[in-house]
Every structure is written in C-alpha cells, then in structure tokens.
Design a protein around this ligand. Structure first.
Ligand SMILES: [Zn+2]
Length: 224
C-alpha cells in the first residue's frame, strides 16, 4: 500500500486521487469518509497508481551528483527517456545513462548500485581511451620524438597518473578524464618524454617544458 496524504473537503461527495509531480499521492475525500473506506479506495486504484508512477519515471531521471568531464561540470543522471537510445548520453549539461529498466522500476536512491558503479567506470574509461587514442599520436608527432611508444593501457591506478615502461608501453589513469585537456596533455607529454629520458633529470624536465610551458601549474593541479 503506497503512502498517501488525505485532504478532507467539506463540499466533496466522492473520493478522488491525485499524484503530484514529485510522485506523492494525495486523496481528496468528503468529511464523512472513514479511514477504512479511503484505504480500500486507494488499494482499488493500485494499478492506476503504478502506471502513473512508471510514466513519471520517463521524465524524472534520478540525479546522482556532479560529474566532471574534461574540466567541465556536468550532472550525473540515471533514468529512462524514450526519445533517446539506450546507453550513455551527454545532453543539457547532463551525463545521462538511459535504460528501459528505470522505466519499469524507477531509480529511487541517489547512491549508485554496484552495477551502476561498473557502468560509470566503463563509461569513464572508454571516454578517456577514445580521447587519448586520438590525442597521443598528435603530441608524439609534435614532439618529433625518435622513439616510438608501443602499447597504451588505461587503468584506475590509485597511486599514479601515468607510467612509461622500459619497453615503451604507456599506462594512463582514466580518472584523468575529469581534468581539463591541458592537464591531460601535460601527463601525456610527461610520459612521452620518458621514452627519451627514463628519469626525472634536468634534460627530462627541459623536454617537458618545451611542449608544456605551464607544466608546473598543471602538475600542481593534479596534486589536489
Ligand atoms: Zn615521470
């Protein structure tokens, strides 16, 4: 039995139900109506109530908090919109996950389920991988490095933003996707510079500075 608020109306002759935009249920009843009669009436309308609440879910996706993408703030939503295809969308300053599952069973909590956390991690990783796969060759060409890189991997390392192995394999932390492009560029330039200088020598930093004049500022931004 759903929760509802009763409003007694002096002139009313019949019991009437309404559902507000926030999904709350209101019963308008004559003064003489007993609580039992009202409860029976609400129970008899449960199919209609379910149907209206499910329809409302189409238009009220659940906001689960802010989400930064390339330094810009978006709001993260999980819900169902019949006008969009199933999956991730970036619309109206929203990062929106569209699933018909939320049509049948609207999301009611702000916290993410393990499945939603997994979907969000996959989105974060894929978005970052897509960006870096295009950006890395551009920077490598601009730096005119004699040494090529090999595999590029995207991980969620807690301890570092990027690494470069002795075999020339590059790893990047996909949580970098939250930072502005110039900060991401700094990390890419940093790791590409390690292809030539596998240390943090003066020559290494001189190479980084040549392609990112603001590298000290970008480095500080990553520490926060
Ligand atoms: Zn380094």
């Amino acid at each position: 039995m759903p929760d509802y608020t009763v409003h007694y109306r002096a002139g009313a002759r019949t019991i009437r139900l309404s559902i507000k935009p926030d999904g709350s249920l209101h019963v308008h009843a004559p003064r003489f109506a007993s609580q039992r009669t009202i409860a029976q009436f609400v129970a008899s309308q449960s199919d209609w109530i379910q149907r209206v609440l499910a329809q409302k879910a189409d238009h009220t996706p659940t906001h689960t908090g802010p989400y930064r993408l390339f330094g810009r703030e978006y709001q993260l939503f999980f819900g169902y919109r019949p006008d969009l295809s199933i999956g991730w969308h970036i619309v109206d300053h929203q990062v929106f996950y569209n699933s018909s599952r939320y049509h049948l069973q609207p999301k009611t909590t702000v916290s993410l389920t393990p499945d939603e956390q997994h979907k969000l991690a996959t989105f974060t990783k894929n978005t970052f991988a897509h960006y870096v796969t295009a950006r890395l060759p551009q920077l490598h060409a601009r730096m005119n490095l004699a040494v090529a890189y090999h595999q590029v991997r995207f991980k969620n390392q807690a301890s570092c933003w990027g690494s470069c192995s002795s075999a020339g394999n590059l790893n990047f932390n996909y949580q970098l996707v939250h930072y502005p492009p110039e900060v991401i560029d700094y990390v890419l330039i940093h790791e590409l510079s390690h292809l030539v200088h596998p240390d943090h020598s003066r020559a290494f930093w001189a190479l980084v500075a040549k392609f990112d004049g603001d590298y000290q500022k970008h480095r500080r931004m990553l520490k926060h």
